[in-house]
Design a protein. Sequence first.
Length: 267
Amino acid sequence: MHRAQRRVLILGGSSEGFALAERLAREPSLYVISSLAGRTRTRRMPVGEMRLGGFGGPDGLKTYLADEAIAAVIDATHPFARNMTHNAAKAAAAAAVPIVHCWRPEWRRGTRDRWIEVDTMTEAATAIPDGASPTFLTTGRTDLAAFAGRSDIRFLARVIEPIRPEAPNDVWPAQLAFIYARGPFRYDGERELLESRGVRCIVTKNSGGSAARAKLDAARDIGLPVVMVRRPPKPAGRHVATADEAVDWLFRILGDGIPPVADTRAL
Ligand code: NAP
């Protein structure tokens, strides 16, 4: 690292996080560190330095920001990574380091969509219509336990890699099969999957973005109900919707040496 470089921490876990690392690592005035939770055994590697694993709550992150002389934080975690987002907001405020939260826009319901919108995974489990077997779960491994009470439903869960319950009280649905795949997913493949498996309902989080959107388009065209879990509340503070906007924010905050995205757009 050059002594004059400003150190930027990207809290990753989303496609925006990888795009930001790639874009910012090209700036000679910046030194970019991407932080990942390290939950999956196989992972995409960000451009630039990477660190893995939690910081030990807001206090741990506050200490890290000071020790590593971080000049700015971009929270590009997934919109459902509630703990990390709130920890980051608290730690950055305590360490007086500027932070922006980058959350892509939510998916919006169209006129032909059959969405049942709920606020929690528990509500999602209750909202699955009776007899909707199999129900396709794309909620991620940490949310499987919420569906254990629906012993009347067969579930098909899509996860990135083979998993097993992590805690003794992590009880999964009795009728559960897995599909292993990592996005992005395309319309033709999603439609084929839903039709060939005879899926009757989908449960998903309102993650937004294009990589996981195709299943909603296929569900709409087949006429399937989708139980859509709304996003958790955002922390107060500065929010942007795209990686480009986050780069513009960083340029304004750091003030020198970084050309605005409009001049160099190459993401
Ligand atoms: P979470 O509940 O917000 O995070 C739990 C703990 O994991 C945090 O308190 C933090 O530990 C650690 N952590 C999370 N993100 C981290 C990061 N980028 N760098 C370092 N530590 C991190 O998050 P989650 O829902 O378990 O998700 C874990 C990761 O997977 C996130 O980075 C997220 O972006 C990504 N992801 C999540 C989802 C989802 O639906 N939740 C979907 C796709 C990707 P400490 O408190 O010890 O710092």
